[in-house]
Design a protein around this ligand. Structure first.
Ligand code: C2E
Ligand code: MN
Ligand code: MN
Length: 429
């Protein structure tokens, strides 16, 4: 597993402005080095800032980073993201480049690959965090100096080389879990059932995903099924519920106009040993494959408090799944005490704003201030935000005016027992 594919995104500050000749020189050196090591990537820059995505085998990316961090042409290198990925976003570029201030570059050949080839929207780059972060940078995030109009820019990062120890190392040494799926215990689905609730993208007016929610066999609430369970029985059930949800989602999938994602709740902590936890994840992915779902359609929802308890191990497990393309969401963000702390060390693809933060937000100053801060943080890290438990038009309108586009809540659709409910899209005034 030494050749695990990762991507790394950093920001740094140019020691002095690079003219076109200097940039072409930098690019030819970098491209030769990247080609030799099997690293691909994208560089965005303006007069003062470098913002670069590197992707490739972990050791090669780290080697390139080490040499980049010794380069005197920039300083204050800050690592924003370093994590496993299932595939490259820039497989065609040894190093694509886009200069954001056109004042100097004009039409110099060899520059502005990304804009030239993909247009300013960076279309053509696969969806994913790298693209979101490039867009965030293009929109003015992660700039270390005041903007041209004199307004204050982002805080200057002087952290220097902040490379952190690879969270993947522990996992690499661990043997792979045995394949094979624990069969559903006989009669298990006589005792419980599953409901699905859509998560909608109001910008595109479509269902992004369905979240599976356990129910009693006659639709009794989740708590009535989960509350009696303790310890190992709870963790065993947690897996059974996911397997059942995958099976039913697979049966209902033909009703959908287009494939969408499936959100599954996951208890990551618990008493069981690492091997059985890993197996529970692998079993989930295998079951999805058997029911016609790709790993990249799975989003595992972890609750914030759950995740922190066993945090180092959780990171290793999470990263193993990410190499397969599985995504993660932090559920009930803002409900625990250490959500922001957790984001410093693990950046899920998505967070779900806790519904207590959402409740009555249009008239609640402190909640508004907290949510604005979380939105800004997530934008800087390429994390999508879902507002959960949205019940009223006032809540929706406030969140929408702050740019939130992903929603789950009774306002759009209630969970449907063994159904994939169609959402309702309220009008925005
Ligand atoms: P959760 O994962 O945060 O799920 C969202 C909960 O919010 C669901 O409650 C859903 O029915 C409810 N909800 C959705 N929209 C609204 C709204 O507009 N207003 C209000 N007031 N509530 C809304 P539910 O199904 O009762 O589940 C409660 C919790 O039980 C879940 O919270 C999750 O933590 C846990 N859970 C449910 N199913 C499973 C499962 O299969 N496995 C595991 N491990 N936990 C599950
Ligand atoms: Mn959930
Ligand atoms: Mn939730």
């Amino acid at each position: 597993m030494h050749d695990r594919l990762i991507h790394l995104i950093y920001h740094s500050v140019a020691t002095r402005p690079l003219d076109d000749a200097g940039l072409l020189d930098l690019l030819s050196q970098s491209r030769a080095r990247n080609a030799a090591l099997g690293v691909t990537g994208m560089l965005l820059l303006d007069d003062e800032n470098f913002f670069q995505v590197l992707e490739g085998p972990q050791e090669a990316v780290d080697a390139v980073l080490a040499s980049i961090s010794r380069d005197a042409r920039h300083q204050g290198l800050t690592i924003i993201i370093r994590e496993p990925v299932a595939q490259r976003a820039f497989s065609d570029w040894t190093l694509g480049c886009t200069r954001l201030d056109t004042s100097q570059s004009g039409l110099t050949p060899g520059l502005n690959d990304a804009l030239g080839d993909c247009g300013p929207g960076l279309t053509g780059v696969t969806d994913g965090r790298a693209r979101k972060l490039l867009q965030a940078f293009r929109d003015g995030h992660w700039h270390s100096r005041p903007d041209a109009d004199g307004s204050a820019g982002a805080v200057r990062h002087e952290a220097g080389h902040t490379a952190h120890a690879s969270p993947a190392t522990a996992l690499q040494r661990r043997r792979r879990p045995a394949r094979g799926v624990a069969p559903l215990r006989f009669g298990a689905h006589d005792r419980f059932s599953v409901a699905f609730q859509p998560i909608v993208d109001v910008g595109r007016r479509r269902v992004l995903a369905y979240e599976a929610l356990v129910r009693g066999r006659n639709g009794e609430p989740a708590r009535s099924v989960l509350d009696p369970l303790r310890g190992k029985a709870l963790y065993r059930f947690d897996l059974q519920a996911r397997l059942h949800a995958i099976q039913v989602a697979g049966e209902l999938a033909h009703e959908l106009d287009r494939p969408c994602q499936l959100h599954l709740n996951l208890l990551a902590g618990g008493q069981s040993d690492d091997d059985s936890r890993m197996r529970a994840l692998q079993d989930t992915v295998d079951a999805a494959a058997r029911h016609g779902l790709q790993a990249s359609q799975l989003v595992l929802e972890l609750s914030e408090t759950e995740a922190v308890d066993n945090y180092a191990r959780f990171l290793a497990r999470a990263n193993h799944c990410r190499s397969l393309g599985v995504q993660f969401a932090l559920d009930d963000f803002g409900a625990g005490h250490s959500g922001l702390n957790l984001l410093a060390d693990f950046q899920p693809e998505t967070i779900k704003l806790d519904m207590h933060l959402v409740r009555g937000i249009s008239r609640h100053g402190p909640r508004q201030a907290i949510v604005r801060g979380v939105l800004r943080t997530c934008e800087d890290l390429g994390i999508d935000v879902i507002a959960e438990g949205v019940e009223t038009l006032d809540e929706y309108h406030w969140l929408r005016s702050e740019g939130v586009l992903l929603y789950q809540g009774f306002l759009f659709a209630s969970p449907g027992l063994r159904q994939l409910p169609r959402p309702h899209y309220p009008r925005v005034h």
